[in-house]
Design a protein around this ligand. Structure first.
Ligand code: NAD
Length: 303
């Protein structure tokens, strides 16, 4: 099945307009259940994710709480380091260094953004690639570019997993990624273009010009901007897969970059927002933590 095939196939839920609904909550639950099964089968080895949260930003608190809850459901331990917004760079680095040196901690997640005045790059640079479960450090990105063993950034990896789970064909397909951040857009392009996925990606951004015309060429659109409703129906080729990463907090609640109601009438597959790429960011973080424990020799051989 391909995303361009709009005839009913498989047991996938569909939107009122007939697009396959790429349900991130469902896939995240499958990932968590699978990890729990594997960890149980291995005799419940100690696998630990450490989260670092600086300040009292409400959305960041919710994200971190949710990551820790899902780690627990997966059969992992989590350790939380909560620090006040007025902490100095030096103290923050000391706290992270403690986690770096602790052999009982396998993955370290520093929740971004950090409060004004703190240098996130310096903090990230301290995390060794094997513990960098967010995949955001220079060394992890370098490994992604060069095809070495390491952790891939969770949000773009989650997008790949959603396409795989919901039967979106990528080989030989044209993809457009909107947004060129190191957090999402850039690694997304690398993942789409790498061997085995074999799509032909274009990286679009704020200076790209006629975005609608660029996107209409695409079989796959990944929108990672943070501009509510940017991707309208006239951006979408009939049957294309549309994955929404952008998050805008508006008076009507959380909104994605994609005008869901209009686009689901045309797309072959679409993620909801919320409930699409966000939950899978957490699913992939936990998978990365499991692999981190393996890289650090903390897991027995799986049979
Ligand atoms: P960012 O601000 O670093 O990057 C945004 C990108 O959008 C930039 O590269 C910019 O060139 C591009 N852009 C801005 N205006 C544009 C326009 N009019 N047309 C085309 N491109 C434009 O943001 P980010 O960290 O990459 O995050 C992007 C969005 O994704 C944000 O809304 C963020 O909250 C969200 N996000 C969601 C998840 C998730 O799990 N779903 C994870 C991370 C980030």
């Amino acid at each position: 099945m391909t995303a361009t095939d709009r005839t009913p196939a498989g047991d996938f839920e569909r939107t009122p307009g007939g697009a396959i609904l790429m349900d991130g909550n469902r896939l995240r639950d499958e990932v968590v259940a699978d990890l729990n099964e594997r960890i149980t089968a291995l005799g419940n080895p100690h696998v630990c994710l450490a989260t670092v949260l600086v300040g009292d930003d409400k959305p960041s608190q919710i994200y971190v709480r949710s990551k820790r809850r899902k780690a627990d459901e997966a059969g992992m331990m989590s350790r939380h380091v909560g620090l006040p917004a007025d902490i100095t760079q030096e103290y923050l680095e000391e706290a992270v260094l403690e986690l770096v040196n602790d052999p009982h901690v396998h993955g370290i997640l520093v929740q971004l953004p950090l409060p004004e005045g703190l240098d996130a790059e310096r903090v990230l640079a301290m995390i060794p690639p094997e513990k960098d479960v967010d995949g955001l450090t220079e060394r992890s990105m370098g490994r992604l570019v060069r095809g070495g063993e390491g952790h891939v950034p969770c949000t773009p990896l989650g997008v790949m997993r959603l396409m795989d789970r919901y039967g979106v064909e990528t080989s030989g397909k044209r993809a457009v990624v909107i947004g060129r951040s190191t957090l999402v857009g850039l690694p997304q392009v690398l993942l789409l273009g790498r061997k085995g996925c074999d799509a032909t990606p274009t990286l679009a951004h704020s200076r790209s010009g006629d975005l609608a015309a660029i996107c209409r060429e695409a079989d796959i659109i990944v929108a990672a901007v943070g501009m509510a409703g940017l991707v309208t129906a006239d951006f979408v080729k009939p049957g294309a897969a549309v994955l929404d990463v952008g998050i805008s907090r508006t008076a009507e609640g959380i909104q994605g970059d994609v005008d869901f109601d209009a686009v689901q009438e045309i797309a072959g597959a679409i993620t909801p927002m919320p409930g699409g790429t966000g939950p899978m960011t957490i699913g992939c973080l936990l998978e990365n933590t499991f692999h981190a424990a393996r890289m650090q020799g903390a897991l027995p051989q799986e049979s």
